[in-house]
Write a protein that binds this ligand. Sequence first.
Ligand code: 8YV
Length: 312
Amino acid sequence: MTDVAAIGNFKDHERAELTAAFDPIHLTRLAELQDVDPGTREGLRAIAYKGHVPFGAAEMDLVPSLGLIANYGVGFDAIDIGEAQARGIRVTNTPDVLNDDVADLAIGLWLMQRREMEAASRWARDGHWAEKGEFRLVTQASCGTAGILGLGRIGREIADRLAAFKMEIHYTSRTEKETPGWTFHEDPVALARAVDTLFVALVGGPETENAVSKDVIEALGPTGVLVNISRGSTVDEAALLDALEDGRLGGAGLDVFRGEPAIDPRFYEIPSVVIQPHQGSGSVATRAAMAKLQRDNVAAFLQGDDLLTPVV
Ligand code: 8YV
């Protein structure tokens, strides 16, 4: 009998690779765990998880022999780490392999917003270019000021890219970094006040809930832009929507939302917002690397080897 379950919205090829490696039981949704017969459930030692649905005590109760949750994704905010730790369940994630993709998307969101590329594309497609002439003039992207909220691995990749765009770099982080020429701020409001565009690259979870507060949004101001590629939970979304609708914030480029994929429909009506469907890590190559790292962690656990990328 298998001792592995693969739970989540895996692509077909990812599912096939998991089958080849572990012959696991496959569940599309975490909630289906309760329908698995108790004999199988109680024999599960490892779960390969892909999803953002909370994995907490109630789910862990269903799998008493569980020793590992291998998360597909760098962000593990869906998993109750304290609860896992208390039960001796190890947790792994898939860091680093997605840094470039996520940073690329952050830059893309920023450029699309500043250069109004969505509207400009529509201008051309709708035939206005030929009929009415050139598109309106837009805001320059390069040579401005950028703030990185959370200069971790992904934040650093974003900042390095922005430096190539001749941007002045400001950041907040748990500790000041060795980054000559970049300006450290302890306070997110001070950071937002100092920059034109604020990139959110924080981890998710309770400690960063609403880190982009109403005050941060106000400090960014009517010419400022917010780019978020981290988690929707890091932003006070009600304050964000109000500020965007009233023109108290210049615009936003968002890959992540509260309640995604069923996002607040108010976003669809705001022309200054560029929306992406949480696809930061979504290239073929990066997803293959993430899936492999997840499988390698499961294999290491089953063989009793050191985990490759442990969280706890
Ligand atoms: C998701 C992500 O894991 O790595 C993360 O933290 O947010 C994404 O890469 C991906 O959407 C699969 O759920």
